[in-house]
Design a protein around this ligand. Structure first.
Ligand code: COA
Length: 259
């Protein structure tokens, strides 16, 4: 059975819906296999520029690891699962596609980690986020300790991770965990509008800017500025840069071709 519903939503934009409402869209091995395959597929092509990931139903975006399946797994199997989870989340970050999490309900543990590995997060009013792992005797294993502290700083990350508490959508916005709050009933529409605002920009410029930001985070400022310059070289060589200048001069919208 397919674990995701994949829909084309306009040119260059896909909507992936985790289709496991009865288990609150938890990350099972089957779901993870399919997520990894989907990420690999869109990242190796040029057709899809932005992916919006959401969850089926209105209860959960993703309730984290599938705890029923986890209870049946050996330590070695848990390690293998974590390896694949970390590899998949990293592939999302390394992809030239932009990923947006549209958080439609609860996102706990691995659900919040999935959202954190996306480039941007949009939340419905009913969304709840939390790295709740310490409450069940583990720590975040899908990059949560590292990505949350890079996103909102170590102090606020510790506040959330050591208490394991759940944030509602408004708190998550205030903490800087989510980028945008969607009006009630308009989550997917809001996320797709954000996707469209990104998609209409020059493809090489968008993916290069994404990588420049991500790769610079662990560098000191001088190294990071040198990195930005190296990335700038990539856009300097594109036809789209010249098209951008022509369109400006001719007072018309640019027609980017992704090269
Ligand atoms: N793994 C596997 N199954 C899960 C699950 C998970 N992480 N989270 C929920 N489910 C299952 C429940 O066991 C239940 O199954 P059942 O109908 O066979 O009993 C079903 O999904 C519905 O769960 P329920 O708790 O009744 O739904 P809810 O809408 O009231 O609450 C959540 C949804 C997500 C808030 C709640 O299920 C929850 O807190 N889940 C655990 C989250 C968690 O701790 N994740 C791991 C963090 S490390």
């Amino acid at each position: 059975m397919a674990e995701f519903k994949v829909e084309q939503r306009g040119e260059g934009i896909q909507l992936w819906t985790i289709d496991g409402e009865t288990r609150r869209n938890a990350i099972s091995r089957a779901m993870l296999n399919e997520l990894e395959a989907l990420v690999t597929r869109v990242s190796s092509g040029r057709d899809v520029r932005v992916v919006v990931i959401t969850g089926a139903g209105d209860k959960a975006f993703c309730a984290g690891a599938d705890l029923k399946e986890r209870a049946t797994m050996s330590e070695a199997e848990v390690r293998a699962f974590l390896d694949q989870l970390r590899r998949t989340f990293r592939a999302i970050e390394r992809s030239d596609c932009v990923f947006i999490a549209a958080i439609n309900g609860a996102a706990f543990g691995g659900g919040t980690e999935l959202a954190l590995s996306c480039d941007l997060r949009v939340a419905a009013p009913v969304a709840e986020l939390g790295l709740t792992e310490v409450r069940i005797g583990i720590i975040p294993g899908g990059g949560g300790t590292q990505r949350l502290s890079r996103l909102i700083g170590p102090g606020r990350a510790k506040d959330l991770i050591l208490t394991g508490r759940r944030l509602n959508a408004a708190e998550a916005f205030t903490f800087g965990v989510v980028n945008r709050l969607a009006p009630e009933g308009r989550l997917v529409e809001t996320a797709l509008a954000l996707a469209e605002a990104i998609r209409e920009n020059a493809p090489v410029a968008v993916s290069t800017a994404k990588h420049a930001i991500d790769e610079g985070l662990s560098l000191d400022l001088d190294e990071a500025l040198a990195l930005e310059l190296r990335h700038y070289e990539k856009v300097l060589a594109t036809e789209d840069r010249l098209e951008g200048l022509r369109a400006f001069a001719e007072k018309r919208p640019p027609r980017f071709r992704g090269r």
